[in-house]
Design a protein around this ligand. Sequence first.
Ligand code: SF4
Length: 457
Amino acid sequence: MTNPTVGFISLGCPKALVDSERILTQLRAEGYDISSSFEGADLVVVNTCGFIDEAVQESLDAIGEALEENGKVIVTGCLGKRDLVKETHPRVLAVTGPHATAEVMQAIHTHLPRPHDPFTDLVPEQGIRLTPSHYAYLKISEGCNHRCSFCIIPSMRGDLVSRPIGEVMREAEALVKAGVKELLVVSQDTSAYGVDLRHRTDFVNGRPVKTHFFELAKELGELGVWVRLHYVYPYPHVDEVLGLMAEGKLLPYLDIPFQHGHPEVLKRMKRPAAAEKVLARIQNWRKICPDLTLRSTFIAGFPGETEAEFQTLLDFLTEAQIDRLGCFAYSPVEGATANQLSNPVPEALRLERQERVMAHQAPISQARLRRWVGRRIRVLIDAIDEEEGCLLARGPGDAPEIDGLVRIWPDPNSRHAMPVRLGEWTEVDIVDSDEYDLEAVWVASEASAPAETSTVN
Ligand code: SF4
């Protein structure tokens, strides 16, 4: 007898990816088979994204395709919080919001009853993951206590709910045990971790530890793998983790969505930490940890943004010298309170300002990356580029998917072929850089010399 098979489509951000992993893990635990295509699937689950209008459209299209190709569709994820799904696709069997493994499973049990003999032993201890086996996202909390005027995430995901530190650390340890070399800490507001629990004490391997951002960073820093912090806000207590980065316990990397450089715009955005002295704080961080890579995102053309305010944003970028930067033209997401602000910026001007930000930033990013040239650094190998004959890796300053790469070339003076060890760290010499990526030469050592089954010459 074959097991019931669930097709799965996962859209959206790393937080949504973690939700998908949980559902997939539960499905396998209960003995369902999983298919990445519609054919052969008895039912399809679509995990949607509702962040910006393009993502909404992509999600609606994916649901439409699943209905057409398969017919039995359950929708979950951010878009599920909105009536849009049922209105556009009334044939879907069930709709849930994000972070709803139990509800999704209930809907699956109703429409595709679970098998009698679950093969629980088929599920590895660390669950089912959609990322390559050497890195994993670690979701530490769900929801957000802020109400940024351009964002509808709190209305979809609710207020901050942190996972107790013992539970997070158990998951982190299981991932490391399963071979993960890099943990990417994600949430909506990483620096607020534990606030909702009043930093309650929990137990990590029998020791009492507070559910707090710094304590979590310290514990993760002891696991002996790369730990990368995403979605951090520049609150004063963030300064404390810079010491851990300088000690090599955490990657010297902070992903902080600043969004703008003008105090009035930040106030209209209702940004957390709008009043913080961000530039002084950045300078101080770099003093503590000179290798720090700062990643950030900005919004150009926010409602009411004057030319002078926009200029302040460009000046802020010149001062801040951010390493990795993304910029969105303001997108009036349905339901966001910012849409009611006066003096909206016309779309053409929003796009023009977005381009100006990127053009302004390009030489800054290029200059920042150049500081690695001439240094020997540790990188994590992600893939092999067969055509070019190089390895594709990432250094401390490169988060997967969003940042740049380190291309590793064989050492022309070495008699050893370059070994391919996907998902492993290696030492490289950085020899060149551009705006996004670094070029490196593999460092031959006695440890890496033995013949490998797979090599690049
Ligand atoms: S901090 Fe602001 S932008 Fe981020 S999730 Fe919360 S409300 Fe949205």
